[in-house]
Design a protein around this ligand. Structure first.
Ligand code: BMP
Length: 250
């Protein structure tokens, strides 16, 4: 197969990018490969979730443009403080999908000023290699394959997108439901312990599946955590399930 199971220690030796190294070091220190997706609608929910799940995660993934009361000083400044205190990275799931110049503007300007706070950003690679040059402060996670039913990310698309991801020094990994090259970190969303789908096209797998069969490196969990009655407890359960699945896959 094209991807072998490597430990975080082995990956740490092979990676060149400082953001990958940071992420892997946090994973080793916390015994966690969990990224919580904070798809909540207000600043107070975002900060309260970050506070609760912070000790159990390697990164918090945001869709910052769904925060209805976004205010840089009230949303980002305290979020950065929580991330620093609990030692996790911030990943903005912006899924950029434009020409380089526009992506550069979207990344640094507007009210969100993503470049000033996001350790990681997601981007489609549909705009080609050169469009990936402008996310200078963040590690890029390329969208190679999607988890939704009927996605257009077929074999051909994934292979072409993966070539760009492998070649580009700013791209540290990919989001995918398939195995990808060893030289990329693999981030897998669509993970839920309790359900197989959401009735809106989302398709879920278990941590066991993604570590054993895909040799994934990080699981991304949204509703399994933020919709749980006790988000703190749920994040601990996913952290343990993810870490045990990783150990079992070695
Ligand atoms: P949930 O676990 O609630 O289904 O959330 C999954 C999260 O991962 C969402 O924020 C979604 O935007 C993201 N995601 C995904 O589900 N599938 C993909 O292929 C790529 C994603 O970024």
């Amino acid at each position: 197969e094209k991807r072998t199971r490597k430990s975080y220690e082995e990956k740490n030796k092979e990676t060149q990018h400082h953001i990958s190294q940071k992420l892997i070091n946090i994973a080793i220190a916390k015994k966690s490969n969990l990224i919580a997706s904070a798809d909540v609608l207000t600043t107070s929910e975002l900060l309260s979730l970050a506070e609760k799940v912070g000790p159990n995660i390697v990164a918090l993934k945001t869709h910052i443009d769904i925060i209805t009361d976004f205010d840089y000083e009230k949303t980002i400044v305290p979020l950065l403080e929580i991330a620093k205190r609990h030692d996790f990275l911030l990943m903005e799931d912006r899924k950029f999908a434009d020409i380089g110049n526009t992506q550069e503007l979207q990344y640094s300007y507007g009210i969100y000023r993503i470049s000033s706070w996001a350790d990681l950003v997601t981007s489609q690679v549909i705009g080609g290699y050169a469009a990936m040059e402008y996310f200078l402060n963040s590690g890029i996670v390329a969208i190679l394959g999607m988890s939704s039913k009927g996605t257009l990310t077929d074999n051909h698309y994934r292979n072409e997108a993966e070539k760009i991801a492998i070649e580009h020094p700013n791209i540290i990994g990919g989001v995918c439901q398939n195995e990808i090259s060893d030289s990329l970190l693999l981030f897998t969303p669509g993970v839920n312990l309790a359900t197989a789908g959401d009735g809106k096209g989302q398709q879920y797998n278990t941590p066991e599946h993604v570590f054993k069969n895909l040799h994934s490196d990080f699981i991304i969990v949204g509703r399994g955590i933020y919709k749980a009655d006790d988000a703190e407890k749920a994040s601990l359960e996913y952290k343990i399930a993810g870490w045990n699945a990783y150990l079992a896959s070695l």
